[in-house]
Design a protein around this ligand. Structure first.
Ligand code: CS2
Ligand code: MN
Length: 365
């Protein structure tokens, strides 16, 4: 597995590239042009600027996350063709810069959804939290108000220009069913996968988070079965998934290790994180350690190891610990701890497979 780390860019992140450099085994930066709204073409010059900054610090930029899809594409409006053309140009520009994977999502209106960004745990750390009953009782506008007021930074999926048009967006989705969304996704993929393939890029859809409909908005990428359907929409290696254990794990029925084994070839990018799921369907993001949450992190890493996974992995989110002030879910410390936990499992599996490293052998250890 190739370890990567999400970074929001110079002046837009509390974490620095110098700090990331000191986390063992991180090879690449997962990045995006966060200042551009969904639907804009990403100019090659802006892409090359990020590439230079990252490469100067010894990182590759092979994975891009959150090349967001304009709502008109998800809604299937006649204007979608214009935005799809721009998306293709963006894919081409990213290909020219050496990008190999594009992570995106197809969730209507919202990207991830939480009710609390700083829920305190018994040890004093805070983390992102989802309260199921609250989402059912609160109206979306109130929740957006509460979350947006808590944000010092603009988060992907929660951009002000998107939230400004919330009423109009909800109206637009009123008669859009899950089947309509599937057919709009298929239309999009049929157009862009040939471009991605030509540019040597794998598209990797991120599962819906949480993996069920919210506020009456349909959601599709929620289960192993639906991932299978997505992969069949355009049956090509460039049509893949970002397997996010934290998103899919919110539904305990999801067999994530089974999905890894079934779809290994089509997973260019893995998000590995843990959450604790309660009986009432609330969930909180926890440390990566298995004992702290409900997700079988060891089983997941083992499944990747068994299938010979050579794709990219990132720890996804972390808690906020040691008084760190950072983007919600995107601090340095807990994500670095998560990486070390993942390496610990991976290295012990490698050692089992290959025997002790040559260095240890020569020391007769
Ligand atoms: C990410 C997603 O921070 C997160 O929760 O895993 O926001 C992800 O970046 C998007 O869904 C990808 O488009
Ligand atoms: Mn994720």
């Amino acid at each position: 597995m190739k370890m990567v780390f999400r970074w929001y860019g110079e002046g837009n992140d509390t974490v620095t590239l110098e700090q990331i450099k000191q986390i063992p085994g991180v090879e690449g930066i997962v990045w995006a042009l966060h200042h551009l709204p969904a639907g804009e073409e990403w100019p090659l010059e802006d892409i090359m600027e990020v590439k230079q900054v990252c490469e100067r610090n010894g990182f590759h930029i092979e994975v891009v996350e959150s090349v967001n899809i304009h709502e008109d594409i998800k809604l299937g409006l006649p204007t979608r063709d214009l935005y799809i053309e721009r998306y293709k140009r963006t894919i081409e520009n990213l290909g020219k810069a050496g990008v190999k994977v594009i992570c995106y999502n197809f969730m209507p209106v919202f990207d991830w959804l939480r009710t609390d960004l700083y829920k305190e745990a018994a040890d004093g750390s805070t983390a992102l939290f989802y309260e199921h009953a609250k989402v059912h009782h609160i109206n979306p506008f109130e929740l957006v108000d509460q979350i947006a007021n808590n944000l010092e930074y603009t988060m992907p999926g929660w951009e002000p220009e998107r939230l400004e048009h919330l009423t109009r967006l909800f109206e637009a989705y009123q008669n859009v069913t899950e089947e309509d969304l599937w057919s709009n996704l298929q239309y999009f993929l049929e157009q862009i996968i040939p471009t991605a393939a030509r540019c040597g890029i794998k598209m990797a859809i991120h599962p819906d988070d949480p993996p069920w409909p919210v506020f009456g908005l349909p959601r599709m990428i929620t289960s192993g079965e639906n991932i299978g359907r997505l992969l069949r929409l355009v049956d090509h290696p460039s049509n893949g998934i970002t397997l996010c254990s934290g998103s899919l794990g919110a539904n305990p029925k999801n067999d994530i290790t089974g999905m890894i084994k079934a779809y290994a070839e089509r997973i260019p990018f893995a998000h590995i994180r843990n959450i604790k799921v309660y009986e009432n369907r609330d969930f909180i993001e926890t440390s990566h350690r298995m004992a702290d949450g409900s997700v079988d992190i060891c089983g997941i890493v083992k499944a990747y190891h068994e299938t010979g996974f050579s794709g990219y992995v990132r720890p996804d989110h972390g808690r906020h610990i040691w008084d760190e002030k950072c983007r919600p879910g995107y601090g340095l410390y807990d994500r670095a701890l998560g990486i070390m936990y993942l390496w610990g499992i991976w290295d012990s599996l490698e050692r089992e497979k290959r025997g002790a490293s040559p260095c240890l052998k020569s020391m007769n250890i």
